[in-house]
Design a protein around this ligand. Structure first.
Ligand code: PCA
Length: 324
């Protein structure tokens, strides 16, 4: 009797200290800096999942490409090396061009329009991801994309010959169209690339410039807000389908709440990032009229090319977004 009671107490204490020993444990690779709001929301998501599954599912977040490099995260999930993870969705457009839906320059340049565009694209995107053995749990936008340079740039003539860091096929196309040479580099490697002269500048939001302290190497940021690309948290489809209904519902609730909070945070921080770049000595300004006109022309060409690649699926997204 006494022994039984002790054993029960000991077991309870062990559960308290070690967590739920029977809990399913998932590792979640994420691509961006641990202090970035995307990664912080990954941790928030994991906390919510633990709560809503009553401790049955514990997710450990590995930010900054520490478990799998950013470029390897999708494959790791598709092949089941990791059940869940996060990455910028448009980096997967070289496999599925439809996933360039949120990298069309000047199509959706505000948070409101970004939300509308995602609404219009969601079903088609989810069907595309299902074909890739993936299920998206939530998405979260980066702030608007602009240009980082070492000096003043007023048109493509100033960009000619520059090596500029790209993060996906769309950014590489913009850089090539401007007469620069794209160099694909992970956000996690960006500071090093700038320090060693592998890249002279890059396209991104204020967020990544802030995370990587790029004012140590670069002087100008041109706010273009050309598009707001999304990160997404994805699960292996087989793993998802193997979960019982309650666990799926708990994960989806955690995901819906986290996605909404992450999106709000992105909007809240977008101007703050500009202030930080300026406070650290960068010139943060709008792109000049000549540069902007060139970018708009490049954007129109990219959208036409994208539509010819993806056909009706793409046109339906644009029509739904524009309310046709
Ligand atoms: N930051 C990420 C993607 C888009 C963004 O704003 C990066 O530069 O890699």
């Amino acid at each position: 009797m006494k022994l039984n009671k002790l054993t029960t107490l000991a077991a309870a204490a062990m559960t308290m200290f070690a967590g739920n020993a029977l809990a399913e444990k998932w590792d979640m690779p994420m691509a961006y800096a641990a202090t970035n709001y995307h990664s912080e929301h990954g941790v928030m998501f994991a906390d919510k999942v633990k709560e809503y599954t009553n401790g049955d599912l514990e997710i450990t977040v590995h930010p900054g490409g520490s478990l799998f490099g950013g470029a390897d995260i999708k494959r790791a999930i598709q092949t089941g090396q990791a059940p869940i993870g996060e990455r910028i969705m448009s980096a997967h457009a070289n496999e599925e061009p439809l996933l360039n839906w949120d990298n069309q320059p000047f199509l959706a340049t505000t948070y409101e329009d970004s939300a509308k565009l995602w609404e219009a694209a969601r079903d088609t995107v989810n069907a595309t991801l299902a074909d890739m053995n993936l299920v998206a749990l939530y998405t979260c936008p980066w702030p608007g994309q602009g240009f980082y340079f070492k000096g003043e740039v007023s048109s493509s003539a100033d960009v000619k010959g520059m090596k500029l860091r790209s993060y996906n096929a769309a950014t590489a196309t913009v850089i090539e169209s401007l007469g620069g040479t794209p160099v694909q580099i992970e956000a996690a490697e960006l500071t090093q690339a700038l320090a060693t002269g592998v890249a002279d500048g890059f396209i991104s939001s204020g967020s990544t410039g802030y995370d990587r302290k790029v004012w140590e190497h670069l002087s100008h940021y041109y706010k273009v807000n050309a598009w707001l690309p999304r990160n997404y948290v994805m699960v292996n489809k087989g793993v998802w389908e193997g979960l019982d209904g309650d666990t799926q519902a708990a994960l989806q609730k955690a995901a819906d709440e986290t996605g909404a909070s992450c999106t709000a945070k992105s909007a809240e921080l977008s101007d703050w990032y500009f202030e930080q770049l300026a406070a650290n000595g960068m010139t943060v300004t709008d792109a000049g009229p000549e540069f902007l006109a060139e970018l708009q022309e490049i954007g129109a060409k990219m959208q036409a090319e994208w539509l010819s690649q993806v056909g009706d699926n793409g046109q339906q997204i644009i029509d739904a977004y524009q309310g046709n």
